[in-house]
Design a protein. Structure first.
Ligand code: ADP
Ligand code: ADP
Length: 225
């Protein structure tokens, strides 16, 4: 069975369906993009997987474990949103350590993980800086480091590039691909940008109006008439 398996997932807001019985399988180590126009339900699906929203119906399994009943912090899922929301009064290193401190990780191991995570996003040299001293792209990479420091079983990215200017977007795009290649992390990324999905993802789940219409490789999708 698939590493992440979403089955019959449905969600309505005050009676208006946002997701209509979505099924989606993601293999271990895969980079999947959820692609579709604004309002089609991408964020809702991501939030349901993360445990930030309760579904009306449906099940989620991760590594053969049912996780639907688990609170967000027990799912071992890393999250990065478009408004990367670092803590402004904490250094970069403290920001990355935050999730580890929340889990009461011993200091030595936490420091090793912070160093490893910052190295993965190539920001070791900025560990002692404050977020306000960093560019938008660097801040987004700190948010990524914070998410991967917990060694998540799954990394969820909600429009991670949309607040960056074109130059930064290109470099963070490349870095995300490299991060995926180096870590083998399973990634699900929300985007409304077709080029982003095509160039970054192994497979694309094309969404429209609360449904997944197609889930194929970029090449298969591109070759559709
Ligand atoms: P996307 O991420 O593709 O832009 P969303 O999942 O954010 O789509 O939204 C799907 C639909 O659900 C939209 O019609 C949106 O307006 C609606 N919606 C999302 N969140 C809420 C909410 N908290 N309350 C009411 N409606 C919502
Ligand atoms: P996204 O860009 O992820 O689709 P939005 O900017 O649409 O998110 O929404 C941001 C927040 O507002 C989310 O928490 C979402 O649940 C909520 N939201 C979105 N649409 C609606 C809506 N129609 N009514 C109430 N809340 C909404």
């Amino acid at each position: 069975s698939a590493y992440l398996s979403i089955s019959g997932m449905a969600k309505a807001y005050r009676g208006t369906p946002a997701l209509k019985s979505v099924d989606l399988d993601v293999n271990e180590g895969e980079f999947v993009a959820l692609l579709g126009p604004s309002g089609c339900g991408k964020s809702t699906l991501l939030r349901l997987v993360a445990g930030l929203l309760e579904p009306d119906e449906g099940t989620i399994t991760l590594a053969d474990q049912r996780i639907g009943h688990l609170p967000a912090y027990k799912r071992d899922i890393g999250l990065v949103f478009q408004n990367y929301a670092l803590f402004p009064h904490m250094t970069v290193a403290r920001n990355v350590r935050f999730g580890l401190d929340m889990r009461n990780m011993p200091r030595a191991e936490a420091e090793t993980r912070v160093a490893d995570a910052l190295a993965l996003v190539k920001l070791e040299h900025l560990a002692a800086r404050m977020p306000s001293e960093l560019s938008g792209g660097q801040q987004q990479r700190v948010a990524l480091a914070r998410a991967i420091a917990i060694r998540p079983r799954l990394l969820l990215l909600d429009e991670p590039l949309s607040n960056l200017d074109a130059v930064l977007r290109a470099s963070v795009r490349t870095e995300l691909r490299e991060l995926h290649a180096r870590t083998g992390l399973t990634i699900v990324m929300v985007t409304h940008d077709q080029v982003e999905a095509m160039t970054m993802a192994d497979r694309i789940a094309v969404m429209s109006d609360g449904e997944v219409l197609q889930h194929d490789t970029p090449q298969q999708i591109y070759e559709q008439p």
